[in-house]
Structure formats: structure tokens, C-alpha cells
Write a protein that binds this ligand. Structure first.
Ligand code: ZN
Length: 360
């Protein structure tokens, strides 16, 4: 059994000591890494069971797992025992599962252009209950959440999901599901027009966002909402780094799409590694689209920030998965992350091993 220092060096993840996990920026391919998101809440699986699952991944060359549910410390122990890095995957701005904050701070929830709170009138689906990123109290609260996660033994990094506004425009493949033609920004899906946002925007610009003739076309109002999410990420990154841990996030596929659909300017965030969900099927694109999507993100990011491309397994039978990994590599990705582990068949893993052996 290798010591912990050896394991960290072997996985290219000296992030614990070095703050920034940094494969050679000039040669991203040499550090190509494999990850998977894991729904880790299955009660019937114990430590030994997770070790078995993680050993199967490690045997196919995986670097790390992004795990939600279950006990973080237990997953950390299982992952480390099998030589994997553990990112603890959490819901961030979407707090539908946070009974305390819903009961005690209904005023923290974001408000649509129609004046309705996402707490009482969630858009699209019942769980779309989102905090407003502009409020200082919200940022402090979330900093406490990530601090608690980062302090958990066995957690190497905090992995932010739902770190954004609700979708003002859904990915193209979901329009029919909700009976919508979202070729423009519609008021019920456009957030946040709460008092805190209106006050701060008015202080900065002298204008009330509710009085804008065409809010979608207003450059300052668009940029304001990108910046409020970015400032929140900055607060969370400071909290996680203060614990000597790394921070990562699952984000929309490209900087352009992320800004337009969910107001994420993620190429400006102080992350140690970024996982754009380059889920081609959501956008009715072919597998080959992944290359360009990845390249846009890699170009926009600081060179020291690795980009790991998220791949959506239900749209990727094994041969297509191999093609998707090749596309991500050609685009300059530092690795790929698959959603999610339960969908990884032995045939998928065989395809992954085959691609890894190819030159590059
Ligand atoms: Zn707000």
C-alpha cells in the first residue's frame, strides 16, 4: 500500500499541499484524467461495498470521484483506500433540500421579473428553489456550508453544483418537455429582481431593473447578474482554500451558453478545476460538438485552470463514449468526467481503457 504522499503524487493531485491542482499547463494531455459523478446515497452499500466500486474505477484508470449523498467521510475513506481523489458534490444556490433556510429565511430566495419568489413559485419544477447570490447573508451562510464540507476528513475538494441562477432559457432539448418555445427571455423564468438586487443595481447604475424596457438586452443588468454569482464563488473559494482544500464546480458547457442560459461567467471564477457539462444531447448536437465546446472553455480559462469535460452517459453507448473522449482531448481538455457512475457498464470501461492507450 502506498503512502498518502505517494498517492497524491501518483494521481497528479498535489492540490492539498499546493492549493491549485495544476497539471502542466503546456501539456494538458499528459495529465489526462478520468472522473465520474457518483450518487453515493445508497443505504445498502457500506464501506466495503464502496471500496469494491471504487477499485473497479481505479482499475480502469480513474483519478477521482465527485460524490453526493451518503457520508462524506466514509466515501473519502473508501476513495482514498482505492487511490482515488474525492470531491464532495453539493447543491449550492438551489436550496430546495434545505428545510432550515426555507423556514427561517424565505426572504433570501430569488424573485422573478413577475415578482414571485422561487420559494413559493418555483419555475419549471417543484425543486427549483434558489437563493439570491447578491445578498451578503446568503454568501455568509453558504460559506459556512462549504466550510463544514471542506473540514470533513477525507474530503479533498468541494464540488459546487447548481452554482448559478435558474435557467432563464432551458437547453434546447428540454423545451418540449415543458411546452415552451424559449427563443427569448420570459419574465416567469428571469431572476433575480428581489429588493437586495434592485437596491444594489440602483446604487451602481441609478436604474431599477424592473423599469428596464428590455431587460434581456441591457448589458449592465446582464453583467450584474453574472458578477453576483462570481462574487459568491469568490467567497466560497476563500472559505474552502482556508481549510487547505480545493474547490471545483459543475457548470454549463461553454462560457457563452453558461452566460446566456444560467448567468454563469465561470471562466472568471477562482476554481482549482472546472467541470463543464458538455452534454451534447441536451443541445441536440452531435458528439463531435464536444471538441469545440471544450476548446472554447480552455481558451477562456486561465492556463493554470484545468478543464475536465463532463460527458452524459445515457447519450453515449460505449463506441460513442470513446469518440466523446477523443473529442474532449482534441479540444484541449485535461480529462473527462462521466455522469454518472451507475451508468458505467463494463463495456464503457473497456472503451475508456482503449482510448487511454491511444497516443496522446
Ligand atoms: Zn436578488
Amino acid at each position: 500500500m502506498t503512502g498518502r504522499r505517494d498517492f497524491l503524487q501518483a494521481t497528479g493531485a498535489g492540490l492539498l499541499a499546493a492549493r491549485r491542482w495544476q497539471p502542466a499547463a503546456t501539456d494538458r494531455r499528459s495529465a489526462f484524467s478520468l472522473w465520474t459523478w457518483v450518487h453515493g446515497g445508497a443505504r445498502e452499500v457500506d464501506l466495503a461495498g464502496w471500496r469494491t466500486r471504487y477499485a473497479r474505477l481505479r482499475a480502469s484508470g480513474f483519478t477521482g470521484v465527485l460524490v453526493s449523498g451518503g457520508e462524506a467521510a466514509m466515501h473519502g475513506e473508501a476513495a482514498h483506500a482505492e487511490g482515488l481523489v474525492l470531491h464532495r458534490w453539493i447543491w449550492t444556490m438551489n436550496r430546495s433540500g434545505d428545510a432550515t433556510v426555507k423556514a427561517e429565511h424565505p426572504e433570501w430566495f430569488s424573485v422573478s421579473r413577475e415578482g414571485r419568489s422561487s420559494l413559493t413559485h418555483p419555475p419549471y419544477v417543484g425543486y427549483y428553489q434558489w437563493l439570491c447570490p447578491t445578498r451578503r447573508a446568503v454568501r455568509e451562510y453558504l460559506a459556512g456550508v462549504v466550510d463544514g464540507v471542506a473540514a470533513t476528513p477525507g474530503v479533498d475538494a468541494v464540488h459546487l453544483d447548481y452554482i448559478r441562477h435558474p435557467d432563464v432559457i432551458l437547453p434546447r432539448n428540454l423545451w418540449e418537455t415543458y411546452g415552451l418555445v424559449q427563443d427569448h427571455e420570459m419574465a416567469p423564468f428571469d431572476f433575480c429582481y428581489c429588493e437586495a438586487c434592485r437596491d444594489r443595481f440602483a446604487r451602481e447604475t441609478g436604474r431599477d431593473p424592473l423599469a428596464l424596457e428590455d431587460p434581456a438586452a441591457d448589458v449592465a443588468w446582464r453583467a450584474f447578474r453574472w458578477r453576483m454569482v462570481t462574487e459568491t464563488v469568490e467567497v466560497l473559494a476563500r472559505a474552502v482554500h482556508a481549510r487547505g482544500k480545493a474547490i471545483s464546480a459543475a457548470v454549463f458547457p461553454t462560457p457563452t451558453i453558461a452566460r446566456r442560459l444560467v448567468r454563469q461567467a465561470w471562466d472568471r471564477w477562482p476554481l482549482d478545476v472546472v467541470f463543464p457539462m458538455t452534454y451534447h444531447g441536451f443541445y441536440r448536437e452531435p458528439v463531435s460538438w464536444i471538441e469545440g465546446a471544450v476548446a472554447e472553455g480552455v481558451t477562456a480559462l486561465p492556463t493554470a485552470t484545468p478543464l475536465v469535460a463532463g460527458l452524459y452517459l445515457p447519450d453515449l453507448p460505449p463506441p460513442a463514449l470513446a469518440e466523446a473522449i477523443r473529442a474532449a482531448r482534441r479540444g484541449g481538455a485535461s480529462g473527462v468526467a462521466m455522469f454518472e457512475a451507475g451508468g458505467l457498464t463494463d463495456a464503457h470501461l473497456a472503451a475508456v481503457r482503449e482510448v487511454l492507450q491511444e497516443a496522446g
